[in-house]
Design a protein around this ligand. Structure first.
Ligand SMILES: Cc1ncc(COP(=O)(O)O)c(C=O)c1O
Length: 385
């Protein structure tokens, strides 16, 4: 890997598409500590819960020029097309108890919470801002609990994602602005009965997004258990795609002190808020005006409570144009794995900077397929169908 920020343009299907590899000047993996371990027992109590598969993608490995590619496939987590239910469910559970002033018991479960809510006489409403997956997951939790949900989405959110949220029984409100504007609108709804369950944090709003990150640890635990059981090899390269950085913080907290030679964070070029913040050494906001097809990563401001883990946990960052995400969707499809654009972004970053990252036959690459094709129209276009 080259030193400092390197910029390059690579030929792509006749056009020129940009990617950028940025060495993280603040990497200090030994300083990144594990988060809370409470969520996995809670998740095991959820209806329809089961660990997701880790797939070996041989065509993808050949394309990357590495020995093995492991794909943690979150495209069917509890019947939903992304990993987000892990964070949303744990954060809803803890957030509702906090709103009611109740201390969580030793055996947390949504069923027990539903019974408790029914007898409490409180009319709670769950609120979430989202670019799709998180809001759908919060809506699902509300449905399980028998609560109404209001889900705020930025202007331009594709119809299939809005319909999926409505399909969970939530009221969807379109905010005329970006994802950051949507977050601000959700925060304004917080009151005695409205529990705002956002996956990003800001000054004064840290508990719930902290529980979101803790919830994601269940997915990482599943991978570590498989490694330690000898079912899959220890990865040498781990890639995590970044929106506000909650997912990537959870990845860093689990993998920063493990043997991987490289932890790589991947962002869309047009919404590279964590890369830019890492270069600045402090949180900065980027425009993120909403054009990337990697909708789940289209965020302008990093989550405050995730930032330390991202700042110290990643060896480097790769920013990519949409074309790389689309290519990664096609490559995974050739392995029989269907991904959405955000879901394929980790792999896309490695494909884009494979040579600069010195990927080789001895590498075992771990990527997280964080969503299935949640925009079916674009998915078919990408595959040329
Ligand atoms: C499919 C998918 N992958 C990755 C992410 C990134 O997660 P985070 O915003 O925590 O960085 C998101 C966020 O919405 C997402 O929807």
């Amino acid at each position: 890997m080259g030193a400092g920020a390197a910029s390059r343009r690579v030929p792509y299907h006749g056009a020129m598409a940009a990617s950028r590899l940025v060495r993280n000047p603040h990497v200090d993996r030994a300083s990144v500590t594990e988060g809370s371990a409470a969520a996995p027992a809670f998740h095991a109590s959820l209806p329809g819960f089961a660990p997701t598969p880790i797939r070996r993608a041989t065509t993808t490995a050949a394309r990357l020029g590495v020995g093995t590619v492991l794909v943690k496939d979150e495209s069917r987590r509890m019947g939903m097309p992304s990993f987000k239910i892990l964070g949303a469910s744990w954060a809803c559970y803890r957030g509702i108890l906090a709103k009611l002033g109740v201390t969580p018991g030793p055996a947390p479960s949504l069923d027990a919470l539903r019974d408790f809510l029914a007898s409490s006489g409180r009319d709670l409403v769950l609120v979430a801002a989202t670019d799709g997956n998180h809001g759908r997951a919060v809506a699902r939790v509300a449905r399980i609990l028998g609560l109404p949900a209001i889900v705020l989405v930025p202007a331009g959110t594709v119809a299939s994602r809005v319909e999926a949220i409505e399909g969970e029984g939530a009221e969807v409100r379109v905010v005329d602005g970006t994802y950051d504007d949507t977050i601000a609108a959700s925060a304004a709804l917080d009151d005695a009965n409205h529990v705002v369950v956002d996956d990003t944090s800001w000054e004064g709003y840290t508990d719930i997004p902290g529980w979101v990150i803790d919830g994601y640890s269940t997915m990482l635990d599943e991978v570590v258990r498989a490694i330690e059981a000898g079912e899959v090899p220890e990865p040498t390269v781990v890639a995590g795609q970044m929106g506000v950085g909650a997912l990537s913080a959870a990845i860093a907290r689990k993998f920063a002190r493990r043997p991987a030679r490289l932890l790589v964070g991947v962002e869309p070029t047009d919404a590279a808020c964590i890369t830019e913040s890492a270069l600045a050494g402090r949180i900065v906001t980027v425009a993120a005006e909403g054009h990337t097809c990697m909708a789940g990563l289209n965020c302008g401001t990093p989550s405050e409570i995730a930032f330390e883990s991202n700042l110290h946990g990643y060896d480097c960052f790769v920013t990519i144009a949409d074309e790389f995400a689309e290519e990664a969707v096609r490559v995974l499809h050739a392995d029989g794995i269907d991904a959405g654009e955000s879901g394929a972004a980790g792999l896309a970053g490695l494909l884009a900077e494979r040579e600069a990252l010195s990927l080789g036959e001895s590498d075992v690459v771990l990527v997280f397929l964080t969503e299935g094709p949640t925009d079916p129209v674009n998915f078919r276009r990408i595959l040329g169908e």
